[in-house]
Design a protein around this ligand. Structure first.
Ligand code: SF4
Length: 412
């Protein structure tokens, strides 16, 4: 029998898995971002976009199938009747040192990649092998005929797959014909996650989003009319701390959303990340950071002024209020009450709530796990805590500074 090789059990995975897709198989259809100019986004900076061929992607799908076989065989061999649990992974690793090496003692880079692929596929099988996410930043930029071929091959290889999602730019959606979009849907694409961020042309232009409000609307409508689901990502705070522009940012964003009527709205408040170009503008004093209060107010306007029914969620930790999720028709009142509760707090109570929310609810733990909890950040948080305890008039400002610094380290 021929020796099994790690390269036959490896799939390529890009840097960013989207929030909420932890159960999905990650399948990379192209590398990095073909636009890559947005000021607030550091994810693919310094990396060049490149397409992947249909053969390469099909090769990954075949590798997933081989990994599935290994896991399934091992599960039956140890009496778990096809169920995927930790013991199954261990069994696969131990019985195939030619693929996985002697982890964690002795393994090659290729064997490590094979191990990461094994984890990805095992996690996917554990959750029923129903969801697939196509990486990277804009899967729809792939030639539609080629993408259709990939989707068909994926569905045919894994009939368990029910949902296939990808990121897509509005501009790319707008450039596709209705027919192409429908064919993509018929071939198995289910969701497009579209970074709207703002509907305001001034904000989009400053942030180098490379798209206008009109294009957002046309692109979004194309997705929805084709029968695909769309998650629209919007970004409170993107106008910076400029009242007039902030009002326009949010009212124009509401116009886009009401015109497109996406399936879901995902709120992702701005964090000015150290590694993003926007940080330099902020350091130079050209861009003023929005306050947490401003972003909560923008969220309130959004929830209040949407005229159609959809799901809305604020589950990303950059949002001051990050536990909102539900259908507008059922939960609008509850959501507005939560916001009204926050807005009714005194400045000191707000500062206290916000500091604990960012320090104790998981954000800071992530910063620590990235190795980014430095002495400067530690001192800022201690200082903010101290002035809160004393009820100092500077407390709110110091808390604001500490929160800004926590958020600048990255997005959990
Ligand atoms: S299009 Fe998306 S991934 Fe690309 S730079 Fe902009 S925000 Fe980042």
């Amino acid at each position: 029998m021929a020796l099994l090789r790690p390269e036959d059990y490896m799939i390529e995975i890009g840097p960013m898995g989207p929030i909420g897709e932890g159960q999905a198989l990650i399948l990379r259809v192209n590398r990095n971002c073909p636009w890559n100019r947005c000021m607030f986004c550091p994810v693919y900076k310094g990396k060049r976009f490149s397409p992947r061929s249909v053969d390469e992607i099909k090769g990954d799908i075949d590798a997933v199938h081989r990994i599935w076989d290994l896991l399934n065989t091992a599960s039956w061999e140890i009496g778990l009747n096809g169920k995927i649990q930790r013991e199954v992974l261990q069994e696969v690793m131990l019985s195939h040192p030619e693929i996985y090496g002697e982890y964690p003692i002795n393994f090659t880079q290729e064997q490590l990649c094979a191990l990461q692929s094994l984890n990805n596929v095992a996690n996917w099988l554990f959750y029923g092998a129903t969801r697939v996410f196509l990486q990277d930043a804009n899967a729809l930029v792939m030639n539609p005929k080629k993408l259709i071929e990939v989707l068909k091959y994926l569905r045919q290889t894994f009939p368990t797959v029910e949902v296939v999602a990808c990121y897509a730019r509005s501009k790319t959606c707008e450039m596709r014909s209705f027919e192409e979009m429908r064919e993509l849907k018929d071939a198995g694409l289910s969701w497009c996650f579209v970074g709207i961020e703002s509907g305001c042309d001034e904000v989009l232009d400053y942030m180098r989003k490379g798209v206008t409000r009109k294009e957002h609307i046309k692109g979004g409508q194309k997705v929805m009319v084709s029968g695909l689901n769309m998650a629209a990502f919007v970004m409170p705070g993107l106008s910076g701390n400029n009242k007039e522009l902030a009002d326009k940012h949010i009212s124009d964003t509401i116009i886009v959303l009401n015109d497109v009527q996406p399936t879901e709205i995902r709120v992702r408040s701005l964090a000015i990340l150290e590694c993003a170009p926007l940080y330099e503008r902020w350091e130079a004093g050209e861009f003023t950071a929005p306050s947490e209060d401003q972003m909560v107010e923008e969220l309130r306007l959004l929830i209040e002024e949407l005229t159609f029914d959809c799901t809305i969620e604020t589950l990303q930790m950059t949002n001051p209020l990050f536990t909102i999720k539900g259908r507008l028709s059922q939960k609008r009142q509850e959501m507005l009450e939560m916001i009204a509760w926050y807005q009714g707090l005194s400045p000191l109570e707000k500062a206290d709530f916000l500091l604990h929310r960012y320090v104790d609810d998981g954000y800071l733990a992530c910063v620590k796990s990235w190795g980014k909890y430095d002495s400067y950040l530690k001192a800022l948080i201690e200082d903010a805590n101290l002035s809160l305890e004393k009820g100092s008039p500077e407390a709110a400002e110091k808390v604001g500074r500490a929160i800004f610094a926590i958020k600048s380290k990255g997005v959990p």
